[in-house]
Design a protein around this ligand. Structure first.
Ligand code: NDP
Length: 456
């Protein structure tokens, strides 16, 4: 296990909301001890005490579960280094220390290439690991270039392209439920499943994140990484093991089987939209184009839907609908597996049986199976819903990811070829959208989203 973590971009939102609380949780659970060294790096002109104070405040705000002693054990010994993450001399002093380090780039994606080059020139200790946040590059070419650069610094097994969705209990549960239950896997194919919806719709609007989001948009922020990764877990063939090679080989098979989209497909099978002014609950939300820091000329979408088909023996004939949106009237974050109707219902039943739907709630975590059972009257049918809650996770998703990084287990991180293949899947969409083949429509904040998509 590596006992040294260097976080670049350490005064940012990711470190405040996820990484520091995850470290406190790891400490509380006994995974980290006094040998663990945390170095926090950013360009803010802060002293070590300024950083510790800020970090303690962030933990008070975002970590409601770890005991005070665990939080203090993370923030008190932390080192703070003021550095430009793209400057070789600065980076060399930031990564100074004994033995290999895990270097976490909690930085804007545009800074990744400069920082990786600086790490290469500063000389990382052998055995060190590099962790990168999503999005990995901004298109296929930049992802290929970033992979090439990384290969000059550390071997592929030491690169952790993290996607915290993969560490969420319910996302893991998709795979567990499929593979550990006799009643599911035999039905897990296009003969029985008509459609899979992978949805992350949220009521949160921009929340001050224009600096990052306006340059990315819904497709690159959510679909290219999180939703495609969930698709991989839903559609993959059973892996031989959960080891990093077997799992990731089966995931890339799914991405490679996505039928390439033509311009005509993109017009028929994708939607893009952004929110107009509206009201969510009791708050007024300005139009996306008027949010602070947004450049309306970029025409960034806050809602994206892409319908894919897989050219494989198992899935030919099933549609996979990936959808995400911000500033919607309600949160809906789930995988919904819609089964085909029964082939025949004996005459005499009063009504049709609704097709079964298996839902994996991603947030909050839940699992439901919609069946049809007997109604109150003779020969009547009625919906019957089985609900289960997966066990509460022992660690937050980022805690699991960090633990895997420190132990060198890359099974839940994205391999370089997977990252490239994900861009390849969406390249036709990006190209057709930038050529305006699909109109950017508007939906009021607080609504159900653009009309064309509803009811699908
Ligand atoms: P923030 O903008 O909040 O933080 C980025 C930090 O990096 C800032 O403190 C910024 O400093 C610093 N920084 C930028 N350039 C340099 C540089 N050249 N040298 C040193 N420091 C620099 O972003 P987030 O924390 O939200 O995101 C970080 C990464 O995590 C992104 O890749 C994002 O996509 C990813 N991510 C974020 C999530 C979140 O919920 N926040 C969730 C999942 C992924 P300054 O303020 O001076 O610009």
């Amino acid at each position: 296990m590596i006992n040294r973590l260097v976080v670049f971009g350490a005064t940012g939102d990711l470190n405040a909301r996820y990484l520091l609380p995850a470290l406190a949780a790891l400490r509380a659970a006994g995974h980290l001890d006094d040998r663990f060294q945390l170095t926090c790096v950013d360009r803010a002109d802060w002293t070590r005490d300024d950083f510790r104070r800020w970090a303690a405040e962030q933990l008070d705000r975002h970590d409601l579960s770890s005991p005070a002693a665990a939080r203090k054990a993370i923030t008190e010994p932390a080192r703070y280094v003021r550095a430009d993450a793209t400057d070789v001399t600065d980076v060399a002093s930031a990564i100074e220390g004994d033995g290999p380090a895990a270097v976490y780039l909690a930085l804007p994606p545009a800074v990744f290439p400069g920082t990786v080059a600086a790490l290469r020139d500063a000389g990382l200790v052998a055995g060190s690991r590099i962790v990168l946040e999503k999005p990995f590059g901004e298109d296929l070419d930049s992802a290929v270039a970033l992979n090439r650069l990384l290969s000059e610094v550390v071997p592929e097994q030491a690169v952790f392209r993290v996607d915290h969705f993969l560490a969420m209990t319910t996302v893991q549960n998709v795979l567990g439920s499929r593979l550990a239950n006799r009643v599911l896997e035999p039905l897990w194919n296009s003969a029985h499943i008509a459609e899979v919806e992978i949805v992350w719709e949220e009521s949160l609007a921009l929340e001050g994140r224009a600096g990052y989001y306006d340059g990315a948009g819904a497709l690159k922020d959510m679909v290219q990484n999180h939703l495609l990764q969930v698709l991989c877990l839903v559609a993959m063939e059973p892996p031989l093991s959960l080891g990093e090679r077997d799992l990731r080989d089966r995931k890339i098979d799914v991405l490679r089987s996505v039928r390439p989209l033509t311009d005509d497909d993109v017009v028929r099978r994708t939607r893009r939209a952004r929110y107009a002014a509206g009201r969510i609950g009791d708050r007024d939300v300005p139009a996306y184009a008027e949010e602070d820091g947004v450049d309306p000329r970029r025409r960034t979408e806050t809602f994206a839907e892409v319908v894919l088909e897989l050219d494989s023996w198992r899935w030919s004939g099933t549609t996979f609908r990936l959808r995400t949106g911000k500033a919607l009237g309600r949160d809906r974050k789930e995988v919904a597996v819609r089964f085909r109707p029964v082939p025949h219902l004996p005459s005499g039943f009063g009504e049709e049986a609704s097709p079964n739907v298996l839902r994996f709630g991603l947030e909050p975590e839940s699992m439901t199976l919609a069946l049809t059972g007997a109604g109150a009257g003779a020969h009547t049918l009625a919906p019957l819903v089985l609900t289960a809650r997966p066990a509460a996770p022992d660690l937050p998703a980022y805690g699991r990811l960090l633990l895997d990084v420190l132990h060198g287990n890359a099974a839940l991180s994205i391999r370089g070829d997977e990252a490239e293949e994900s861009w390849r899947v969406l390249a036709p969409v990006m190209s057709a959208w930038s050529g305006n083949l699909v109109p950017l429509v508007e939906y009021p904040a607080g609504s159900d989203g653009p009309a064309a998509v509803r009811g699908s």
